[in-house]
Design a protein around this ligand. Structure first.
Ligand code: HSE
Length: 335
């Protein structure tokens, strides 16, 4: 996360300070790292926040329909938590958000809204809270640290949250890594996808996941991408979620035959995510396999080629407070 110095809000046309934050989407779990591994993706949301005489919330982008624009809005509520913790009061806010991140598809849209709101509200009050404090708040809000750590810090994050404390370390995979996502055209609420999980798992499945998640992290740290196909396997959440995503089991079993380094359900789904070595050049074949397999089960999907976003949530200093957020964002999409 890059934060500006204290009091760096830009003046708007009306003279009140405004801040702008760019925050990445994320994938969570990467197969075995349930609630522990996250990776920031170069698909973004932008938030503008300022102190205002009366609250106004403007949401832009196809992903925003149905999101509330009153004080029940998540961004507004999270901003108020920052102010409460910092001991300041700003009950009326002017907020705008533009997002390219699909909602409820397993690409961390709620985590990016939470992280974007935390970072924007904190910047608005001169960064009174540390990034560690923001991470604690984000993890407590989401109840798992994987998506929020990736959106906040960028790169591939390894994190825990024990109900009281969150800690993380960040790795940036080297630039051979491409990420192909197949986003089914249906929504799957995280709550529903967590509800199908058992309260307890057999010891052998826990041991399976500890070994595989640890090997996956070591594969990224050492650049041993040949190990990803062995490591990116899970026994504690994907098998239970597979009935919610027709075609998923087939994709998990066969994507490597079509050029994937490894494949997993992205977060709680329904998006499927394949890691690809850019230099191997079998992307078109893999894309066809994912789409055909889902279509064979009656599921239409959209694919997107992404990369790791090494940067997490970033306060932007070049946006112009004299024009709308949309005008500011134009030309910044997917950079
Ligand atoms: N680790 C979480 C899950 C991610 O799999 O439920 C949800 O985005």
């Amino acid at each position: 996360m890059s934060l500006p110095g204290s009091g760096s809000g830009h003046a708007s046309v009306s003279g009140s300070p405004k801040v702008y934050v760019k925050v990445p989407a994320s994938t969570a779990n990467l197969g075995p790292g349930f609630d522990a591994l996250g990776m920031a993706l170069n698909l973004y949301a932008w938030i503008e926040m300022g102190i205002a005489p009366a609250t106004e919330i403007r949401l832009y982008g196809d992903q925003m329909s149905g999101v509330p624009t009153d004080k029940s809005n998540l961004i507004y509520k999270v901003a108020q938590q920052v102010f409460d913790k910092a001991g300041v009061s700003h009950p009326e806010l002017d907020i705008a958000m533009y997002s390219d991140i699909p909602l409820t598809r397993g690409l961390g849209s709620s985590a990016s809204a939470i992280v974007g709101a935390l970072v924007a509200a904190n910047a608005l009050i001169g960064n009174k809270l540390s990034s560690h404090e923001l991470f604690q708040m984000a993890s407590a809000l989401e109840k798992h640290p994987d998506n929020v750590s990736a959106s906040l810090f960028g790169g591939l994050t390894v994190a825990f949250w024990d109900g009281e404390r969150a800690e993380h370390l960040r790795i940036v995979p080297d630039d051979r890594l491409d990420i192909l996502v197949a986003i089914p055209r249906f929504e799957l609420a995280t709550e529903k996808a967590r509800h199908v999980l058992p309260e307890q798992v057999p010891m052998k499945d826990a041991v399976f996941n500890i070994g595989h998640a640890s090997l996956l992290v070591a594969a990224f740290c050492t650049g041993r991408y040949d190990m990803i196909r062995h490591a990116m396997k899970d026994a504690i959440h994907q098998p239970y979620r597979a009935p919610l995503i027709p075609g998923m089991t087939d994709i998990l079993q066969r994507a490597e035959e079509h050029g994937a380094l490894g494949v997993a359900l992205s977060g709680a789904g329904p998006t499927l995510l394949a890691l690809v070595n850019r230099k191997e050049g079998r992307g078109a074949e893999l894309e066809r396999f994912l789409l055909d397999t889902l279509r064979g089960q009656g599921i239409e999907a959209d694919t997107m080629w992404l990369q790791v976003s090494a940067e997490g949530a970033t306060v932007l200093t070049h946006f112009d407070p004299g024009v709308s957020l949309i005008d500011n964002v134009k030309g910044n999409v997917r950079t």
